[in-house]
Design a protein around this ligand. Structure first.
Ligand code: O2Y
Ligand code: MN
Length: 608
């Protein structure tokens, strides 16, 4: 402590036996100068005390306890409502290692810039030490981190989104002691330092130092900027770590499909934001399927860590323990499981409220009306929507009616199929299968999606978003494609790779495919392919379903719908492949030759 701040902070909570952790916390406290330090144990008592404190200072507002027991509303600063990609940096010594897909800053410069912001920023505040585990606490696939934050709201969210508290700290201490016994100096846990600062968009950075397993985030209290276990750790840092350790950290949902014979197969699926990952992960089968005995099990809705098992199959865990889902559009029709999940023990951020203090958002379709908007003002549709378009619910995954008990399996679930998908109004059929792994990696690497109102900029513009990882890959995409290709080893029993497009439109501008529960018809075809029970039509872009082998009973599809959803437009794909070639070329000589060759071979086949 310096002379200007002679009083040492008061300390409460568990503390730690791990010198590397204690030293880091002390160093951060010396920089940020909090009034108090609290080591979080994740207990019910701690959570209740924090919630009471936040209720008293207005950070949390209790919602109607009759309809929504233990549910809270938080209103963020109106300038702080979403991830900020332009202020998010990957700080590797070499710019090329971050790649053209990331904003880059040299580590020394980045540390200096952000540490200047952290200097003294926690005066008058409490520094919370939040130990957490991403994945089941006893899983060899799980990884731990510690987030230091001055936001009790972040603590409350981290408690829901991760395995937070004493068990995580025990694992961190055990792994630290084992590492020290092996003579290793580097700590194994990810260090995340976060302060809300002044919530000034001009004093905001989200910085990642993958080689140091370190994250520093300043100036935002929202979502992916502040809950450092999520996008920062589980995707950006983990993708970098996974590359050197031989696994994959992906922006994918994981679901189990149980067939009427009682066999459950697992599918991982990558879609860009706002393309329905949470809805697919919680799908309710159409009536006929339900009666026949089909069931969907939810393992995860956003992030998937996969590793080859001893039998050559890929095994996946969901590193998260909760859902940080978009509220608007969530309704009994679009996602009844999500709606059931968020009836209790949920934090709602930036939604509107009804006269009797229930949460409300556009598209909830429950017959109620809002009286107060997300900024706490009387609701006036001419001024702003009741809920911010990026308003969220934070809730434990265990509350989901379709929650899979296999989520807790330390070995993870075996993946039978990987699905890539985007929002494409034209050209791209409902589903196709990649011929082999290399082709599948190309399908993922060339994924495109039309932008939505959820992202800033023009709407409906095609943007390449490889494997839905554009904002989240912690290193050069060209190297990432090479890492994906490296899984094709002798003895590997890799999943089949598919591409889907739920968003194809007809000449009248309307969606051709009903979507939601009916997407199970497509999953069923994929699993029939996995089991060798369905044929396919070979085309240069991949394998298309034989119409008679898709179960389309109970839905009405026009002739136009059938031909566009299940057909192949050679001329359109020629242009698409020219665009894919240009996109890959933008990564220069680092693009794996096998991937470039695959693109060229398909482009040639399209010309024949
Ligand atoms: O920080 C935010 O605004 C939320 S971003 C997010 C949250 C949950 C799941 N996915 C995403 C995403 O942007 O992909
Ligand atoms: Mn996401």
């Amino acid at each position: 402590m310096d002379a200007a701040s002679p009083t040492p902070p008061t300390v409460s909570g568990t503390g730690t036996s791990l010198a590397a952790l204690a030293d880091w916390v002390n160093a951060v406290a010396a920089l940020t100068r909090p009034d108090a330090i609290h080591w979080c144990d994740g207990s019910e008592a701690e959570s209740a005390a924090l919630n009471a404190q936040m209720q008293a200072d207005g950070t949390l507002i209790a919602l109607n306890p009759q309809t929504h027991p233990n549910c809270w509303l938080h209103r963020s600063n109106p300038q702080d409502v979403a991830r900020v990609e332009h202020l998010t940096f990957i700080c590797t010594p070499e710019r090329e290692d971050a790649g053209p897909n990331n904003h880059w800053m040299a580590p020394t410069e980045a540390h200096a810039k952000i540490d200047a912001l952290f200097d003294g920023c926690m005066r008058g505040r409490t520094l919370y030490v939040v130990p957490y585990c991403m994945g089941p606490i006893d899983s060899p696939l799980a990884r731990c981190g510690v987030e230091i934050t001055d936001s009790p709201y972040v603590v409350a969210n981290m408690r829901i989104m991760t395995r937070m508290g004493a068990p995580a700290l025990a694992r961190i201490e055990r792994e630290g002691a084992e590492g020290a016994a092996r003579g290793e100096r580097a700590s194994t846990f990810v260090k995340g330092l976060h302060s809300t600062g002044e919530l000034d968009p001009n004093r905001r950075f989200i910085m990642h130092f993958p080689e140091e397993l370190t994250i520093k985030s300043y100036g935002s209290g929202y979502g992916g900027n502040a809950l450092l276990g999520k996008k920062c750790h589980a995707l950006r840092i983990a993708s970098y770590q996974a590359r050197s350790e031989g696994w994959l950290a992906e922006h994918m949902l994981i679901l189990g499909v149980e067939n009427p014979q009682g066999v459950t197969r697992y599918i991982a699926a990558a879609f860009p934001s706002a393309c329905g990952k949470t809805n697919l992960a919680m799908l309710i089968p159409p009536e006929g399927y339900r009666q026949a005995g089909w069931k969907i099990w939810t393992v995860g809705d956003d992030i998937c860590w996969m590793r080859p098992g001893a039998d050559g199959q890929l095994y996946a865990i969901n590193p998260e323990a909760g859902f940080f889902g978009v509220a608007p559009g969530t309704s009994k029709k679009s996602n009844p499981n999500a709606l059931a999940t968020i009836q209790s023990n949920t934090i709602f951020t930036n939604v509107g409220v009804t006269a009797d203090n229930q949460p409300w958002w556009e598209g909830i379709d429950n017959g109620q009306t809002p009286v107060t908007d997300w900024q706490g003002q009387p609701f006036d549709p001419a001024v702003r929507p009741a809920a911010h378009p990026n308003s969220r619910f934070t809730v434990s995954a265990r509350q989901c009616p379709s929650y899979s008990p296999m989520t807790e399996d330390p070995q993870g679930v075996p993946i039978s199929a990987i699905v890539f998908g985007g929002r494409r109004a034209s050209l791209v059929p409902l589903v196709f299968e990649a011929r082999d792994w290399t082709h599948g990696v190309l399908v993922g690497a060339s994924m495109g999606s039309e932008t939505t109102a959820a992202a800033t900029g023009a709407v409906g513009v095609l943007r390449r978003d490889p494997m839905a990882m554009k904002p989240f890959c912690g290193y050069n995409f060209a190297d990432y494609f090479g890492h994906w290709l490296s899984f094709d080893q002798p003895g590997a029993k890799l999943p089949k790779i598919f591409h889907v497009n739920w968003f194809r439109k007809g000449s009248d501008g309307k969606f051709l495919w009903p979507g939601f529960g009916d997407n199970l018809r497509v999953l069923e075809w994929m699993l029939a392919r996995v089991e060798g029970k369905a044929g396919a039509i070979e085309t240069p872009i991949g394998l298309l379903p034989v119409e008679a082998e898709m179960d389309l009973a109970g839905i009405t599809l026009s002739e136009e719908a059938r031909s566009k959803l299940l057909g192949f437009d050679r001329e359109g794909w020629q242009a698409e492949f020219a665009g894919i070639g240009e996109y890959l070329a933008s990564y220069g000589g680092r693009v794996p030759p096998a991937l470039a060759a695959e693109q060229q071979q398909i482009a040639r086949a399209l010309e024949e």
